[in-house]
Design a protein around this ligand. Structure first.
Ligand code: HEC
Ligand code: HEC
Length: 346
């Protein structure tokens, strides 16, 4: 695993534009573009501020199978850096290689998810996520007290906790804080789309630019996939599938709109992250566009923003060309940590 904090440098992908088509620019385009400017810094919560020692400890924990009962799994078993921090499966695999109910979500730009996490919002914060996969018998299968005992017995971990927390005691809260600090560094590299937002008029082609207009205009995608991270951090029923999982509805049983509602995923690196949706039921981006074109399943919970779109063949192609500009190059070690805007180490 070559991936390491500090080893990676953001690289801008060279891209030859094909020139403007002319005549088909939505007059609202410049206003829309302003909403996609990149943030200046990674947000860290006051109760868990950034430090380099904490991030490095979190990196080590993330990739270390010591956090699984039989030493065969780490967080990176499912959140694989080279698979855009997902696992490429429709649904995550249990220890017994059965399918879980849910697809592994990407961790890219998770620092900007300021609402609850998980497809249904079952986790109140990033810190609160880790204990569940670690302790779940079908997943990493290591009760948290045992995780603490194991790490405490390893002198190199005791030293790393001492460096990160000015105290060698290993606690569950510190383990969670370190993992979350590392995860907040999983930031996408600049893409052709970002160059275009930054002012390079030919960084993306004419079809992608028309796709951008559709995304923000008639197709209404940006009402949920909004801003630099392409998510409103909220939950909607877009009419996916006929499964029995009612998503956020289980936690909010009195809300009609939250029945079958799942978290709006980021669209960053989307071309590398199929199959799609919470249950991996939509195999390709073409099939995703078909779903939105049909308007999904009509039911009382379905979002009012979802309705049949009646896209033409060229409009579909334009939307797909636009989505392709949200990925950062091809092959190899695709994700990196941006160090340009980290707060200074305390
Ligand atoms: C078996 C594969 C698997 C392993 C191993 C795993 N995860 Fe996950 N992860 C998932 C799945 C599936 C979900 C969705 C869970 C849900 O929505 O209830 C998820 C959700 C998450 C989320 C929420 C992301 C979001 O956008 O809402 C975070 C953060 C996360 N995992 C971090 C971790 C960490 C840290 C570890 C190691 C301690 C870990 N995961 C281990 C499969 C895995
Ligand atoms: C009402 C809010 C809403 C609108 C409008 C919307 N989306 Fe989504 N989108 C979501 C939600 C919620 C999901 C996840 C649904 C699930 O997992 O069941 C999703 C999933 C996706 C996915 C799959 C992402 C992944 O990681 O699995 C893609 C691609 C996508 N949307 C693109 C679009 C495009 C293109 C449009 C416009 C044609 C659009 N969306 C309009 C809310 C919305």
């Amino acid at each position: 695993m070559a991936w390491k904090v500090g080893a990676a440098v953001a690289v801008l992908v060279g891209f030859v534009g094909v020139g403007l088509g002319g005549g088909d620019v939505d007059p609202r385009r410049d206003g829309w573009r302003a909403a996609y400017r990149p943030p200046a810094a990674i947000p860290f919560p006051p109760e868990n501020p950034y430090s380099a020692a904490k991030a490095e400890l979190g990196r080590r924990l993330f990739f270390d199978p010591i956090l699984s009962g039989d030493g065969t799994r780490s967080c990176a078993t499912c959140h694989v850096p080279d698979l855009a921090w997902g696992d490429g499966r429709a649904r995550a695999a249990t220890r017994q290689q059965d399918d879980m109910d849910l697809r592994t979500p990407t961790l890219v730009n998770v620092a900007w998810q300021d609402g609850p996490l998980g497809w249904d919002g079952k986790f109140r914060s990033l810190e609160a996520v880790a204990a569940m996969p670690i302790a779940a018998p079908g997943n990493m299968n290591l009760p948290m007290p045992e995780a603490v005992t194991r790490l405490s017995a390893d002198p190199s971990y005791a030293a790393a906790f001492a460096e990160a927390f000015a105290d060698p005691a290993v606690t569950r809260e510190r383990l969670e804080a370190a993992l979350a600090t590392f995860e907040r560094l999983i930031v996408t590299k600049p893409t052709p789309f970002d160059s275009w937002i930054g002012g390079r008029a030919d960084a993306i082609g004419a079809a992608a630019q028309r796709g951008f207009d559709l995304f923000n205009g008639r197709a209404g995608c940006a009402s949920c996939h909004s801003g630099w991270s392409f998510t409103d951090n909220s939950f909607h029923d877009i009419g996916v599938g006929v499964g029995t999982d009612i998503g956020r509805g289980r936690l909010k049983p009195n809300s009609v709109a939250l029945t079958y509602a799942f978290k709006t995923p980021t669209l960053r690196e989307i071309g590398k992250r199929g199959p799609y949706m919470h249950d991996g039921s939509v195999p390709t981006l073409e099939a995703v566009i078909d779903l939105y074109d049909r308007g999904g399943i009509e039911r009382p919970s379905r979002s009012r923003s979802i309705k049949p779109l009646h896209l033409s063949a060229s409009e579909r192609a334009d939307l797909l060309a636009f989505l392709a500009t949200l990925s950062s190059g091809t092959g190899g070690d695709l994700m990196t940590v941006s160090f340009a805007n980290l707060p200074p180490a305390p």
